[in-house]
Design a protein around this ligand. Structure first.
Ligand SMILES: Cc1cc2nc3c(=O)[nH]c(=O)nc-3n(C[C@H](O)[C@H](O)[C@H](O)COP(=O)(O)O)c2cc1C
Length: 392
């Protein structure tokens, strides 16, 4: 978790299963090999795959300022609305794909972790942990398990991380399996939370985590990814944008279809950046109040598309930062763009071209940013060296 770069593959579902697997392998391989990503998160998978239905599982880009539908290549497509469920590719197939990708890396190269996102019932998630741990041992590669407890798009299955009972059920099952696990499983466990909007929701999370500690028991959660998309949102399109051009002007229809039939889905991108920052800030400070929970790291996700967004998450305690919407829009180059911005800022900082310049040397605040920047660059250079010498 020391690594502070992250990428989430958002993968369109291609028409045939075979090409879907081939495209997914290619996407994950590119993300894995990109020198600017620090880890790769998969789409959420189930033990048996999700029955993806393109008629109701969709996503679109929109502009949060004008609330209008946008092509993702438009400069103003800064947010997404999706009614997707989970990946149609089952977990065992994801693990095979990961195995193929990491075994093409030569010995000695730095091992970039995969964060394998899964979901299902508490018992199924425990089985997922077993499969991921076995795979991690077999291929001698760090795999983390992230349990998605926050998808807003499954009818009659509200995100478990909003409910005290559901959270406890998952955490208890995980702890039981960790205690019973006699192997040397080091597969870290994380949970992905939905955006919380008031104090009691955060307290429910913290209470559930605390309930797994004490009397020689340690919390089974190693990291929290905050946040998933915010559910219950509606983007309206002028009816002639999505229906026949002859539709009556000035009438609106939902921009996407959904399993519920309402067109309501989860939003990501610029529209949730402030909320995601608020979540990371609050969860970090509440974890820090309990020594039993201080070890839990946070991956910040929500509305990051540039260095400033990345830096905002890091400044409030995120150990790593993930990108979804901007990756779908800009492609893999978004990570290099952020590194370039960092390098430019670093150069400016070194030249003293900075707000509040002090001729007697950098201010305390400036020195702190220089230290962070230098640490990050060392990390990147070390990673590049390892890759140059290691990848076929
Ligand atoms: C098209 C799309 C697919 C997504 N699929 C998943 C998923 O499978 N599992 C998951 O935990 N989050 C999923 N998310 C949520 C993102 O991982 C992320 O938490 C959220 O979009 C906020 O980040 P962003 O603002 O960078 O998009 C998806 C988001 C989008 C837009």
């Amino acid at each position: 978790m020391g690594n502070n770069r992250g990428g989430l593959s958002i993968h369109d579902c291609a028409p045939t299963r075979r090409s879907a697997v081939a495209d997914l392998t290619q996407d994950l391989r590119e993300l894995y090999r990109d020198h600017a990503t620090g880890a790769v998160t998969t789409r959420t998978s189930l033990l048996d795959g999700f029955a993806h239905d393109p008629e109701v599982n969709q996503y679109i880009y929109f502009d949060v300022r004008s609330n209008t539908l946008k092509d993702k290549r438009s400069p103003n497509s800064n947010s997404t609305l999706n009614t997707l469920g989970y990946s149609p590719i089952p977990l065992p197939e994801y693990l095979q794909i990961i195995e193929r990708i990491v075994t093409s890396v030569k010995r000695g190269a730095k091992k970039k972790p995969f964060v394998v996102s899964v979901t299902g019932s508490a018992d199924e998630v425990v089985r997922c942990h077993g499969l991921i741990s076995d795979c991690s041992h077999r291929i001698d590669h760090p795999l983390l398990m992230e349990i998605n407890l926050s998808c807003p798009n499954i009818p009659r299955k509200p995100p478990p991380a909003y409910s005290s009972n559901s959270l406890q059920e998952y955490l208890t099952a995980l702890q039981r399996s960790k205690v019973l696990d006699t192997s040397t499983s080091t597969t870290l466990i994380g949970i992905k939370t939905p955006p919380y909007t008031y104090f009691d929701q955060y307290q429910t999370l913290i209470d559930a985590l605390l309930s797994t500690t004490g009397a020689d028991r340690t919390c089974p959660v190693d990291f929290i990814t905050a946040t998933n998309t915010l559910g219950g949102c509606l983007v309206l399109a002028e009816s002639n944008e999505v229906l026949a051009p002859s539709s009556e002007p000035g009438s609106y229809v939902p921009a996407v279809a959904s399993a519920s039939g309402t067109g309501l889905g989860g939003v990501g991108g610029a529209v949730i950046h402030a909320l995601a920052l608020g979540n990371v800030r609050t969860i970090r400070s509440m974890l820090d109040q309990h020594h039993e929970l201080q070890h839990i790291e946070i991956i910040g996700v929500g509305g990051v598309s540039d260095y400033a967004g990345y830096a905002r998450f890091r400044s409030i305690g995120a150990a790593a930062v993930g990108i979804g919407t901007a990756l779908g829009k800009e492609g893999i180059m978004v990570f290099q763009k952020i590194l370039n911005e960092l390098e430019t800022l670093s150069m400016f900082a070194k030249l003293g071209i900075n707000e509040g310049r002090n001729d007697t040397g950098p201010t305390e605040k400036q020195q702190k940013s220089l230290d962070v920047i230098e640490e990050k660059q060392d990390d990147v250079e070390e990673y590049d060296r390892a890759q140059d010498s290691g990848i076929e």
